[in-house]
Write a protein that binds this ligand. Structure first.
Ligand SMILES: [Zn+2]
Length: 463
């Protein structure tokens, strides 16, 4: 009897209809007052409040908006192997607090790097029971793992990542053009996207050699060491390879606005290319980064204010498809905060908890709507990861992932609001617009008013 009762009770519970009401529900059809009806883990529909069936369990969020749960297609979780940098527990907690409901983890930084099926299994083992939000993995394409590409696709990675420049971390190699050519037929056969760090080493090496003896506390020195040309030459190479091999190409963290016109032309030509940029390129500007500010170091670098304005224009025109965080933390000593050496400090900005307010602060000031933010931070990344039929939208049949967001509220970034492993951020002390009140993953609250209710129930997204 015991097991039967438990079973029946669970079945009954999953049939309870819940209605999440808001004056601003952000759906693919627009922002409108209504109710998101949730049954079990799925959305039954978004309906006018008058159409909520009697007997539904109601939560009314009033003026707070309901956005689709954000999907971050560019995160460095670092586990297994470098869990002192970040980890599934802390990374997914930071994500839940930031309105994210799914992360796709990059294949480097963890040990072993995700360049074989065995390494993917090690990552699954490491993630078990620790995740507050759903996750999935990108596989790595490195110098010598061409034979692992199709097996990794069959084992469940959502796509691949490679570097055209030394990534600066042990355990993951860059690819030369010849190595990339060896890998591309395999990648193309999987039909999955190849995400590429698009900078070539040549222009960076040349620029850096000319800076011998320069002041490396100066942000201008660091900026000169990673010229626009490094990105542009890499993008041109990748587009020609895309033309030749017809694989799905995705440019990660576009930093130079000079890439936009080339990418627009490639799109018009019909090449299967997509592009992302990151909140820091859209919010920070070289002119206001003080010398020694290693918290703002990332690669490619944050460039000028004018460059940032033109990236916004690229988003407005739809050449840039999506915004991902490139959340890339490290232990604070590696940031060399006291020394302020921009040459030796680790490059990477951790922003899972703050990306939505950072984006909304800028986007709302520029006249964009919540639906634009949802397109860039939920629907776009979901499409890249191939989960666009289940995640990234508030629509019937989708997983009940959503974020309750107060667009008009503002707050000052404090350490207590950063839920990643190390409370280190270039945004500390800044006043931002938009507060994440709650985050729901498959119908269950995983973050609410500063707390993380219940046990971790996030799981790997599998096709
Ligand atoms: Zn990255």
């Amino acid at each position: 009897m015991g097991p039967r009762i438990v079973c029946a009770s669970a079945g009954f519970d999953s049939m309870i209809l819940e209605a999440f009401i808001s004056q601003r529900v952000v759906t693919p059809e627009g922002v409108r007052a209504g109710a998101v009806l949730v049954e079990g883990e799925r959305i039954r529909g978004a309906v006018p409040v008058g159409d909520v069936p009697g007997g539904a369990r109601i939560q009314n969020f009033g003026e707070a908006a309901i956005l689709p749960g954000l999907v971050d297609s560019h995160v460095h979780i670092n586990e297994p192997g470098r869990t002192d940098w970040e980890g599934f527990e802390t990374g997914t907690r930071a994500a839940a607090a930031g309105g994210y409901t799914m992360l796709v983890d990059m294949p480097l930084n963890c040990l072993p790097a995700t360049t074989t099926v065995a390494a993917l299994e090690a990552k699954r083992e490491a993630a078990r029971g620790k995740c507050r939000v759903d996750w999935a993995a990108w596989g790595g394409v490195v110098a010598d793992n061409q034979r692992d590409i199709e097996p990794m696709a069959a084992a469940g990675v959502l796509g691949f990542k490679c570097f055209l420049i030394n990534p600066g971390i042990d355990g993951f190699t860059m690819v030369t053009e010849a190595e990339l050519r060896a890998a591309l037929p395999h990648v193309a056969r999987t039909g999955l996207p190849l995400l590429v760090h698009a900078e070539l080493g040549g222009p960076v090496d040349t620029a850096t050699a000319e800076l011998d003896g320069a002041n490396w506390r100066s942000y201008a020195t660091y900026l000169k060491s990673r010229p626009d040309a490094a990105e542009l030459s890499a993008i041109r190479l990748l587009l020609s390879l895309c033309r030749e091999y017809r694989f799905r190409l995705h440019i990660v963290h576009l930093s130079t606005c000079e890439g936009i016109s080339i990418l627009r032309a490639a799109r018009e030509e019909g090449l299967p290319v997509s592009v992302e940029t990151c909140p820091h390129y859209l919010h920070l500007a070289a002119e206001t980064i003080s010398d020694g500010a290693t918290l703002c170091k990332c690669a490619p670098p944050v460039r000028s204010r004018e460059n940032s304005d033109r990236l916004w224009q690229g988003l407005r025109e739809g050449v840039i498809d999506l915004v991902a965080t490139d959340h890339s933390p490290c232990p604070p000593p590696m940031k060399k905060l006291e020394e302020g050496n921009l040459r030796t400090a680790w490059g990477g900005i951790a922003s899972l908890s703050m990306a939505l307010p950072v984006m909304w602060t800028e986007a709302s000031a520029r006249g964009f709507a919540l639906s634009d933010v949802a397109r860039w931070m939920a629907e776009g990344p979901a499409r890249l990861a191939g989960c666009q039929a289940r995640k990234g939208r508030i629509a019937a049949g989708y997983e009940a992932d959503f974020v309750v967001f107060e667009p008009e509220a503002d707050f000052v970034v404090t350490k207590e609001r950063l839920h990643q492993r190390h409370a280190v951020s270039p945004y500390l002390g800044e006043k931002l617009r938009g507060v994440v009140k709650a985050t729901y993953v498959r119908g269950k609250a995983v973050f609410a008013d500063g707390k993380f209710p219940g046990e971790p129930t996030g799981r790997e997204y599998r096709v």
